[in-house]
Design a protein around this ligand. Structure first.
Ligand code: ADP
Ligand code: MG
Length: 283
């Protein structure tokens, strides 16, 4: 017998992997309270690469640390896979500006450090660690200590360490801003390639307009005082991305829009157009 099918409804949009709703953060210090984030709402779908872009002090790290479960919001809610973030979660891997490697351990042992902490089977993960190091071009360096590696290499090790336990989400806080410009460009390409192999959801903090535009599916601009989200813009570039896109008129137009938005949020009024020019902490 045929079962009666219920009327088909429009397929609902897939639930976002990360959902930030009306989040606020005030730091209560011994001096006046610091309103770091006035209001932030943002959904990130599985597999998306979203950058948080804005000048220093606009609350990017604060928002990222709340998503990581390392800071508690003073208002609003953050859901990860539908459940509220209250503490650091295993589905998350974090990469900071400084590689923060253990100086006395080899590159390989640094990558394996979370395996030890999470009490996962070491032998199985050693193979994965070697695969990850090979992918970032560090096979010959796995026994080297951090002091024997360049800044870019150390940051590659940090990326491998964040990926070792196969988290769903990578949170990256200005991971390349301490690197020289050439290494930084190389790291942007390397990161894009890594993500083609290991599909992850990424939330990436940066104050570089070019870096945000190159890497992201969406760029979320934070600004204003106290800070909120002033623009959420989809990047119109195909993947895989190569350096050449940065030379296109479309890329220049996107960067210009992002820069004007940041300046407007900062000054409260549109500023005169000054294309491709570095200003303050915005590149
Ligand atoms: P960004 O990462 O965009 O540079 P932050 O999130 O680090 O910005 O900081 C946002 C604001 O919150 C700044 O004014 C900063 O000084 C302040 N802030 C950040 N962390 C703390 C803290 N632990 N205690 C007090 N104020 C803080
Ligand atoms: Mg920061």
């Amino acid at each position: 017998m045929l079962a009666v099918q219920p009327a088909r409804e429009a397929t609902p949009a897939p639930e976002p992997l990360v959902s930030v709703a009306g989040v606020q953060k005030t730091y209560y210090t011994r001096q006046a309270p610091v309103h770091a984030v006035a209001s932030a709402s943002l959904d990130v779908a599985r597999g998306e690469f979203v950058s948080l872009l804005g000048p220093s002090g606009c609350g990017k790290s604060t928002l990222l640390m709340m998503i990581a479960g390392l800071e508690r919001p003073t208002g609003g809610s953050i859901l990860l896979g539908g459940t509220e973030v209250r503490q650091p979660r295993r589905e998350i891997g974090i990469i900071f500006q400084d590689a923060t490697l253990l100086p006395w351990k080899s590159a390989l042992d640094n990558v394996l450090f979370p395996v030890r902490i999470l009490k996962l089977p070491m032998e199985a993960y050693r193979r994965r660690a070697r695969e990850l190091l090979a992918m970032v071009g560090l096979s010959d360096f796995e026994h080297k200590k951090p002091s024997q590696l360049s800044g870019g290499m150390r940051q590659r090790v940090a990326i491998c360490r964040a990926l070792i336990h196969d988290p769903d989400i990578l949170l990256m806080d200005e991971p390349f801003s301490a690197l020289d410009a050439i290494t930084r460009d190389q790291m942007n390409v390397a990161l894009s390639e890594i993500l083609e192999t290991y599909k992850k959801t990424v939330i990436f903090v940066t104050h570089s307009i070019r870096e945000a535009a190159f890497l992201s599916d969406r760029v979320v601009v934070m600004g204003g005082r106290p800070s909120s989200i002033v623009l959420d813009m989809k990047m119109p570039f195909e993947r895989p991305r190569r350096f050449e896109i940065e030379e296109t008129a479309e890329f220049a137009a996107v960067c210009r829009k992002l820069r004007l938005t940041i300046e407007e949020a900062h000054s409260g009024a549109p500023s005169p157009d000054r294309t491709a020019q570095s200003r303050g902490t915005i590149e």
